[in-house]
Unconditional design. Structure first.
Length: 138
């Protein structure tokens, strides 16, 4: 299987990963809404061992999430595109939470969403994803 690639808007930072994602998720938590500038983030969870930065040196910002975990956000220092996140939550440790909008191959956005995190915070005008697990937290 060929590596999956992605990068930022200006091209200063890029990444790749091997294999299939462990999880595909939407997240409606407060920090993810702010990261996306919209209602949610679209996330692809990739094991850290399968992930590598191929260009540039992303900056990071760590914050305390409303549920007590630490969320670290990695972004391009030039154009500020958020590329991936990491979290100290037990279910997400050891994962790079890639922002799906940064993937080079847009067809990857057609893959099935496995779970919607913080689904009670989803706006009422959005409907749940069919067959996706609905969780109040991570």
């Amino acid at each position: 299987m060929a590596a999956t690639t992605g990068g930022c808007l200006c091209g200063a930072c890029a990444y790749s990963y091997a294999g299939n994602p462990a999880i595909r998720a939407l997240c409606y938590c407060g920090p993810c809404r702010k990261i996306s500038g919209g209602t949610n983030t679209v996330n692809v969870g990739v094991p850290e061992a399968d992930f590598s930065v191929t260009k540039g040196q992303p900056k990071s910002y760590a914050m305390q999430h409303q549920w007590g975990l630490t969320l670290s956000i990695f972004f391009c220092p030039e154009c500020a595109t958020v590329l991936w996140k990491t979290a100290t939550d037990a279910g997400l440790q050891g994962m790079k939470i890639v922002q799906a909008g940064t993937l080079s191959d847009v067809s990857q956005l057609n893959e099935k969403i496995d779970v919607e995190f913080y689904s009670p915070e989803r706006p009422s005008w959005l409907t749940p994803v069919d067959n996706a697990d609905q969780r109040a937290q991570f």
